[in-house]
Design a protein around this ligand. Structure first.
Ligand code: SF4
Ligand code: SF4
Length: 360
């Protein structure tokens, strides 16, 4: 059974504030980790311009301090997106990161866009997956000695929820890798729900959408990235063949395995179960949180840390009652497929012991 450490959010002394707890989580979960001048990639999502639910830089600075105290040389990293947002190439990505507060004076570590200027810099990694025997990981992530996953745990239109596996699987992949994961997703527009706003066409990286009274997708051109579904404010874009959502989750898990395969012994994973929005941090707007903030989880096991976060959200009261899979209720996608597949590949365990370190 894996150990997952938990820190709650309320405290009343400066010695025990949230930033100290973030560090203490590293001391507990990462107590066996020793770095010898190792390069440590702190894998983040720097946030799309216009969104404010991404990770707070001040919290990540505590993790940077802990990595340095363990002997590591950290950098903050992400890879470029497939879609046309504010992070589609390294120049815009760096500018977006800076505007969102990811600057040396704030976080004490440099920002590196791991797959280069246009997302074409990757290293091949052999794996023994059901979908892939080789994955294409952003070069800087592949070359780093360790990965610290720092994840805002929230919903996701294509994978039910986005946790550590999603952050590492999709987020460490190069552009070619992202295409490998997405290629068989086929979106459809519900003409009764579409209001013809055109947001999907603006974001589509393949110019596959034309909008007159409503959106029309040319599936001959579509690359299956799924962004039209994520950015549609009306929920009018569907992926009716649910097997493609489940395939995508399994592929994401296999990519996460590929990113970690030579690094499990030096890596650690945080899930911040705060601002749990139904959507991910890619659309430049947000809907309100589904539940009240819960706390922060850390573990050496990327499967257990996601399972624990999923269970905490499921059991929390909100608009939907405790015990209901709130992500599935919103997106009609069972996000636990990724957890089962990751466990099957030996990435970790879904059984876990939750250890509360809030009081010391
Ligand atoms: S139409 Fe296809 S390529 Fe365009 S955003 Fe949607 S899924 Fe992506
Ligand atoms: S974003 Fe949604 S509502 Fe707007 S045009 Fe596209 S499918 Fe229609």
């Amino acid at each position: 059974m894996s150990q997952v450490y938990f820190a709650g959010l309320s405290s009343s002394t400066k010695e025990d504030n949230l930033l100290q707890r973030v560090k203490r989580l590293f001391e507990h979960a990462g107590r066996d980790i020793r770095y010898d001048d190792d390069i440590v990639a702190v894998k983040l999502h720097f946030g799309e311009l216009g969104i404010d639910t991404y990770m707070r830089p001040v919290r990540v600075r505590s993790i940077i301090e802990a990595v340095k105290e363990a002997g590591g040389k950290p950098f903050l990293g992400d890879s470029n997106t497939l879609y046309r947002g504010s992070r589609g190439n390294a120049v815009e990505h760096q500018i977006t990161a800076a505007r969102n507060g990811w600057l040396m004076p704030a976080v004490d570590a440099p920002v590196i866009i791991a797959d280069g200027l246009y997302g074409h810099e990757f290293n091949r990694q052999k794996i023994d997956g059901e979908h892939f025997k080789e994955v294409k990981i952003g070069a800087a992530f592949h070359q780093a000695d360790a990965i610290i996953g720092v994840t805002h745990f929230k919903g996701h239109g294509m994978t039910g929820f986005g946790g550590t596996l999603k952050n590492l699987g999709m987020g460490c992949a190069s552009r070619a890798g992202k295409l490998m994961m997405h290629y068989n997703v086929r979106p459809e527009v519900d003409t009764d729900e579409c209001i013809g706003c055109g947001k999907c066409a603006i974001w589509c990286p393949a110019d596959a959408i034309e909008v007159e009274k409503c959106a029309i997708i040319d599936l001959e051109i579509c690359i299956g990235c799924g962004e039209c579904r994520i950015v549609c404010p009306e929920g009018a874009v569907k992926v009716k063949d649910s097997s493609t959502n489940y395939d995508l989750q399994e592929k994401v898990a296999e990519y996460a395995h590929g990113a970690l395969i030579s690094k499990y012994d030096k890596s650690l994973f945080y899930n911040f179960v705060m601002d749990v929005t139904p959507e991910c941090d890619c659309p430049p707007w947000r809907k309100g949180p589904m539940i009240a903030d819960i706390g922060i989880l850390a573990s050496r096991d990327p499967v257990a840390v996601d399972q624990a976060a999923f269970d905490l959200v499921k059991e929390a009261p909100g608009e939907l009652e405790a015990g209901v899979d709130k992500f599935c209720a919103v997106h009609d996608v069972d996000g636990t497929v990724q957890l089962k597949h990751a466990e099957k590949m030996g990435m970790g365990e879904r059984d876990y012991e939750l250890i509360d370190i809030s009081s010391g």
